[in-house]
Ligand binder design. Structure first.
Ligand SMILES: [Zn+2]
Length: 149
């Protein structure tokens, strides 16, 4: 199937839908998440644990965003987008909550990964590897180089 040139428009639509979902999800699901997924321009930029206090600096050609994870919550600390709306969206920590920076095509979404089963975290000093990057595999069915005859 051919991919049409509507990808750009589609990407914007996805962000728009994300915004709507954000509003909807504020009413519904209140399940605590344990990771955030950052999507930049429709591509997964990275996945970060909410249990690790950290600062994520994202610099794209159109600007930068500084996302902070602190005490299990993520928020947009700083961004140089024209509207600054993402900084006003507050802290997110519940599954499917999002922060959207429309001018920078950036979406931060809380997700739940199966990294723990017991919801009770009374350990004070887990040594998570904060620097580890979680790469999302995107290599689907690449064309074979060699065709056996
Ligand atoms: Zn913004």
């Amino acid at each position: 199937m051919g991919i049409k040139k509507r990808d750009g428009i589609f990407g914007l639509s996805v962000i728009g839908i994300g915004l709507i979902l954000m509003l909807a999800m504020n009413v519904y699901g209140k399940t605590p998440g344990n990771q955030i997924k950052i999507t930049a321009d429709g591509t997964v930029y990275g996945i970060y644990s909410l249990k690790v206090n950290q600062k994520i600096e994202i610099t794209e050609e159109w600007g930068h965003n500084h996302i902070v994870i602190k005490d299990g919550e993520a928020y947009m600390e700083d961004a140089d987008c024209p509207d600054g709306y993402c900084e006003q969206q507050g802290k997110i920590s519940k599954e499917k909550e999002t922060i959207v920076c429309l001018p920078h095509k950036l979406v931060v979404e809380v997700i739940t990964a199966e990294e723990e089963n017991t919801g009770d975290s009374n350990s004070g000093n887990d040594s998570y590897d904060a620097g580890e990057e979680t790469d999302v595999a995107e290599d689907e069915a690449a064309a074979p180089d060699v065709i056996a005859k």
